[in-house]
Design a protein around this ligand. Structure first.
Ligand SMILES: NC(=O)c1ccc[n+]([C@@H]2O[C@H](COP(=O)([O-])OP(=O)(O)OC[C@H]3O[C@@H](n4cnc5c(N)ncnc54)[C@H](OP(=O)(O)O)[C@@H]3O)[C@@H](O)[C@H]2O)c1
Length: 214
């Protein structure tokens, strides 16, 4: 096991070196590490904005870049996969999460573009869109089911993801039905989502004002 800050200089090479030493070859990369800081954008410290971009977007891009040569070699023998953990927020941007939403939409778009770039290589890119999940990340949020943040248990979400990967799915959404409906509405009529959220904006702001994992 290697414990390190994946945003640190040299981290991608260190991770790849340790993986090669321990495993010999590499046929899966899971970009899972992430952080969040909620609140009005003007109240978010510059360091928190940078921390989200560094960990949720720059680090997985650089890790993927470093891992691609080894993954391409493995893909010649068996299906290999890059799994990017985005968020349901990539499918509907939610208020008080502007920077987090930007990073998660960014990593989702990165995965789509890369998947097309890798067409025919045997190397797949899957994007996971978890809805709210009961992990330490959510400990500081009091937003619950009534505000669309009903939480699923980790084992359920992980089971869904592993099953979907087993079926070769590339877009894996583990959101609960209420949030999924909002994502679909956003795709059809984004301003209808604004209208639906508006009456409870203050309530949502209060519930997420201390939500942070940085
Ligand atoms: N929980 C949710 O509701 C939810 C919803 C949508 C998407 N997601 C996404 O799912 C992924 C996992 O989140 P989670 O809920 O498990 O969050 P979490 O409980 O806060 O865990 C975060 C994980 O990231 C690691 N990490 C944080 N900073 C790191 C760094 N600089 N370098 C290396 N590792 C670092 C942590 O390692 P240590 O434990 O060693 O610090 C921990 O394993 C994230 O990308 C998150 O954005 C979560």
């Amino acid at each position: 096991m290697l414990a390190l800050d994946v945003t640190a200089d040299g981290a991608p090479d260190a991770v790849l070196g340790a993986a090669r030493e321990a495993l010999g070859s590499l046929d899966i990369l899971v970009n899972n590490a992430g952080n969040v800081r909620a609140g009005r954008l003007e109240d978010c410290a510059v360091e928190d904005v940078r921390a989200m971009v560094d960990l949720n977007l720059t680090a997985p891009i650089l890790l993927t870049r470093a891992a691609l040569p080894a993954l391409r070699v493995a893909a010649q023998e068996r299906t290999s996969v890059i799994v990017n953990v985005a968020s349901g927020i990539a499918l509907v941007g939610l208020p008080f999460y502007a920077t987090y939403a930007a990073t998660k939409t960014g990593i989702a778009a990165f995965g789509h573009a890369l998947r097309r770039e890798l067409h025919g290589s045997g190397l797949h890119v899957a994007t996971v869109y978890p809805g709210a999940t009961a992990t330490a990340m959510m400990d500081t949020s009091t937003a619950g089911e009534d505000l669309g943040f009903g939480r699923r248990a980790v084992y359920e979400v992980v089971t869904d993801i592993v099953d979907a990967l087993g079926r070769d799915e590339h877009e894996i959404n583990t959101s609960l039905p209420t949030r999924r409906a909002m994502q679909e509405l956003h795709a059809r009529d984004p301003l209808a989502v604004d209208a639906a959220l508006a009456p409870r904006l203050q309530e949502l702001e209060l519930a997420v004002r201390h939500h942070r994992s940085i």
